[in-house]
Design a protein around this ligand. Structure first.
Ligand SMILES: NC(=O)c1ccc[n+]([C@@H]2O[C@H](COP(=O)([O-])OP(=O)(O)OC[C@H]3O[C@@H](n4cnc5c(N)ncnc54)[C@H](O)[C@@H]3O)[C@@H](O)[C@H]2O)c1
Ligand SMILES: O=C(O)C1=N[C@H](C(=O)O)CCC1
Length: 252
């Protein structure tokens, strides 16, 4: 019988951290060896012999956590949002000096959300207009969501590859924020509402028709199959992987 993968969870007292601790404890072939939160010394990860650390902390600390883990030879599965090309580039470069170590950064681990993003990338080339609406619980600190950014970037890349120009928009007068954030030319709107967990609508329009792709996470357990998949796969996946689509064999 193969040995269990030894797992640490960072941000273990948070909403995602507590759900992840439970999922790892209940998963076959995984062993929870450390559960850390703010104020804990990251050396506890290596002291406990963790092979993989799952990071669900806050955007302001997640990159630094990953550099420390890479230096310690610990694989990382990162769900915390707030990553951009600069922070991803620094981790990519760092990993060149840490052969064998893997880092998976995924803005959304829910399988339906990953499929929705993939469908949006596939559909984007056929529509003149595209906008993204994300809807979350009001305790979320970042806006727009990491998922909405990743979705919009994917749509923008698909549009560019197909030779599409800018989305049509005649707005010349607007209150600040009325047209949402501009992510690579795709407008992204953020709703914060008590009662919600994590939701996204991708709106694609042509004259006379609209395609709506919607995903709803009603419970944080929806993220766990993706988190556990990433934990099991990262140990054999050196370097940086951005997006769960790469582990699911979906077109990137
Ligand atoms: N990728 C996904 O599928 C997915 C799903 C849900 C949430 N998220 C993201 O995960 C992150 C966490 O979300 P949440 O709702 O659990 O937030 P949360 O505020 O409930 O939890 C964050 C936890 O991190 C802890 N923390 C802060 N600094 C730390 C440090 N230096 N070391 C260790 N722990 C530290 C906090 O004390 C808190 O317990 C957010 O960025 C959110 O957007 C991603
Ligand atoms: O609850 C959150 O916070 C979520 N964050 C991620 C994001 O920003 O995309 C994923 C969905 C839930």
């Amino acid at each position: 019988m193969s040995e269990s993968i030894r797992v640490a969870v960072l941000g273990a007292s948070g909403r995602m951290g507590t759900t992840t601790v439970r999922a790892v404890q209940e998963a076959d072939g995984l062993e929870l060896v450390a559960a850390l939160d703010a104020g804990d010394d990251l050396r506890a990860v290596t002291d406990a012999g963790a092979q993989v650390a799952v990071d669900f902390t806050v955007p302001s600390v997640t990159e630094q956590n990953v550099h420390v883990l890479v230096d310690a030879g610990v694989h990382a599965v990162v769900g915390t949002t707030g990553w951009d090309d600069g922070s991803l580039g620094r981790v990519h470069d760092h990993l060149l000096r840490a052969p064998g170590v893997g880092v998976v950064v995924a803005p959304n681990f829910a399988l339906g959300a990953v499929l929705a993003m993939s469908f949006a990338r596939q559909a984007a080339r056929w529509f003149e207009s595209a906008e993204v609406v994300e809807l979350h619980h009001p305790d979320k600190v970042d806006a727009p969501s990491g998922t909405a950014r990743h979705t919009a970037q994917g749509i923008a890349a698909a549009r560019a590859a197909a030779g599409l120009g800018s989305v049509p928009d005649a707005t010349t007068q607007a209150l600040d924020g009325a047209r949402g954030a501009d992510v690579d030319g795709v407008r992204v709107h953020a709703v914060r509402l008590r009662g919600l967990v994590a939701h996204e609508e991708i709106l694609l329009g042509n004259t006379g028709e609209m395609l709506t792709i919607r995903h709803d996470s009603f419970d944080r357990v929806s993220f766990m199959p993706g988190v556990l998949l990433a934990v099991r796969r990262v140990v054999d996946r050196p370097g940086l992987t951005v997006g769960l689509e790469h582990l699911l064999g979906l077109p990137a």
